[in-house]
Design a protein around this ligand. Structure first.
Ligand SMILES: [Zn+2]
Ligand SMILES: [Zn+2]
Length: 208
């Protein structure tokens, strides 16, 4: 298994490269900016990208999407409720005082229960709205790893005051879909260091 974490862009977002070193296949999760660095990391491992997965469509997770898509021709997979936010990328950029970025369209929509193969590994989609309506988490089946985007952070949660955000929904999603995965499961968030389900279930102030 190959797992590379790249902290990218002005919002220090985590872009994850998850791959199978035998099949030489990978997915890129949340290419927010610094596509050159992402491409160099893929090349270093000799990995071919089949799919680009977006936990949600906020600009800090999609800023490098167009360049990565152009370079790899990989399919872009996202929950359908996020397509409107993907379209709004140039406006999001202006709102942050950044150069407008045009995001390419999704190639395929994914939803709760869908699976994505990466060589010998299987990622399963968990729909966890609240930070954004089409927010998803990606569980690596049988490997005790879950990529959670901005749904859950070490000792915190994603903000719920952005368009389409919903605090109750976020809390309920974490409780009903992430906590049951098991305490030992390692959580890879969209910002900040990894944590575990057990650590957050016990000590995260939002779930006390
Ligand atoms: Zn976000
Ligand atoms: Zn973010």
């Amino acid at each position: 298994m190959i797992l590379e974490t790249l902290e990218v862009g002005p919002f220090m977002s985590n872009c994850y490269i998850f791959g199978d070193e035998e099949a030489k296949e990978a997915v890129v999760i949340d290419p927010g900016y610094e596509a050159d660095r992402i491409l160099m990391t893929l090349a270093k491992h000799g990995l071919k990208v089949k799919n680009i997965l977006l936990t949600h469509a906020h600009l800090d997770h999609t800023g490098g999407l167009k360049q990565l898509k152009d370079a790899t021709e990989a399919d872009i997979l996202i929950h359908k409720s996020e397509s409107i936010y993907l379209k709004s990328s140039p406006m999001q950029a202006l709102a942050f005082g950044m150069k407008p970025t045009i995001a390419p369209k999704a190639d395929r929509f994914i939803d709760e229960g869908d699976t994505i193969k990466v060589g010998q590994y299987v990622l399963r989609v968990l729909h966890t709205p609240g930070h954004s309506p089409g927010g998803i988490c990606l569980l690596v089946e049988g490997k005790g790893m879950v990529f959670v985007g901005d749904t859950l952070f070490a000792s915190s949660i994603g903000r719920t005051d952005l368009p389409g955000g919903d605090y109750e929904e976020l809390i309920e999603g974490v409780r009903s879909k992430l906590f049951p995965l098991g305490d030992e499961v390692v959580v890879y968030p969209g910002h900040g260091p990894p944590t575990t389900i057990g650590q957050e279930r016990r000590y995260n102030p939002f779930f006390g």
